[in-house]
Design a protein around this ligand. Structure first.
Ligand SMILES: Nc1ncnc2c1ncn2[C@@H]1O[C@H](COP(=O)(O)OP(=O)(O)O)[C@@H](O)[C@H]1O
Ligand SMILES: [Mg+2]
Length: 270
């Protein structure tokens, strides 16, 4: 079976540092794959490389067997590589439904003249887009808020809205960058249920997250980065016991957890 996403020797250098350093990683179809690591480990840079926002200094990116290393971000999105961002990006003045439609309009096949002239083919596509957008809102539990302005939503609901927008085109792969950041415990728990549901909905989830409890609960595979390098990959159970991983976090998160006396897991500061 070919991997859904296949990274080989992926590298990104910035002046004076290597943010992502020769990373080999394969994401197989189905389930939830998490990327963890201390602050500055290169997680967001890895996502930016995969989604095409940042060009690699070296290495290859294959998506469903196709080399996409040189493809622009919008072309990758059109192939079904969706993402959300670490910092919320919703259109505050638009309605919830309109926000989700922005995730679909880039993919309308009819083209600009059809949109401007509102040709019959456009109207049929528009109806289909609205139906898809509503299905995505239903998936994340926001169907009853479709007509509200995005700015009226709670923080947790805005994050769910971003997931709906990413999911509306029914992408085979969705990248979530710290989806639980800034959420309260109740929102985080609801998010865990939602992320598991995304994989049942047919999307493979690739996730960066600081909240260890969240990662350990919902992931099938965990890849650990430290100083841009992949230092370990395994099941959540195996990762927990791996000395190299514990060491990578020591002085960052584990020390903080010990100090706080928390039992449930480690909470990152973002
Ligand atoms: N545009 C950039 N220019 C220079 N350095 C960067 C840039 N983006 C990220 N870095 C550096 O690369 C390293 C990895 O950053 P990042 O990928 O954001 O880590 P993470 O998401 O794991 O916290 C950090 O040292 C960061 O300061
Ligand atoms: Mg980050």
């Amino acid at each position: 079976m070919i991997p859904l996403l296949d990274l080989s020797g992926l590298t990104r250098r910035y002046a004076g540092l290597v943010a992502v350093d020769g990373v080999d990683m394969q994401v197989m179809a189905g389930g939830v794959h998490a990327v963890i690591g201390p602050n500055g480990a290169g997680k967001t840079t890895l996502f930016n490389l995969v989604s095409g926002l940042v060009p690699p200094s070296a290495g290859r990116i294959r998506f469903v067997g196709q080399d996409v290393t040189g493809l622009a971000a919008d072309r990758r999105a059109a192939l079904g590589l969706a993402r959300t961002f670490q910092n919320i990006r919703v259109f505050a003045a638009m309605t919830v439904l309109e926000n989700v439609l922005t995730g679909l309009h880039a993919r309308l096949a009819v083209g600009l003249p059809g949109v401007v002239l509102r040709l019959p083919r456009f109207r049929a596509e528009e109806r289909r887009a609205v139906a898809r957008a509503r299905a995505a809102l239903d998936l994340v539990g926001l169907a009853d808020k479709a007509g509200q302005r995005a700015q009226a939503l709670s923080y947790g609901d805005q994050r769910r809205l971003e997931i709906a927008r990413a999911m509306a085109p029914e992408p085979p792969l969705v990248l979530l960058d710290e989806p639980a950041a800034g959420m309260n415990p109740a929102e985080t728990e609801a998010l865990a249920t939602l992320v598991r549901r995304l994989s049942e909905f047919g999307a493979t989830v690739l996730l960066v997250e600081h909240d260890m409890g969240f990662v350990m609960d919902i992931s099938d595979t965990v890849t650990v980065l430290n100083f841009g390098k992949r230092i370990y990959e395994g099941t959540p159970q195996a990762v927990r016991q791996e000395p190299a991983v514990i060491e990578a976090y020591l002085g960052h998160k584990v020390a903080a957890r010990l100090a706080a006396g928390a039992k449930a897991g480690v909470r990152g500061a973002g």
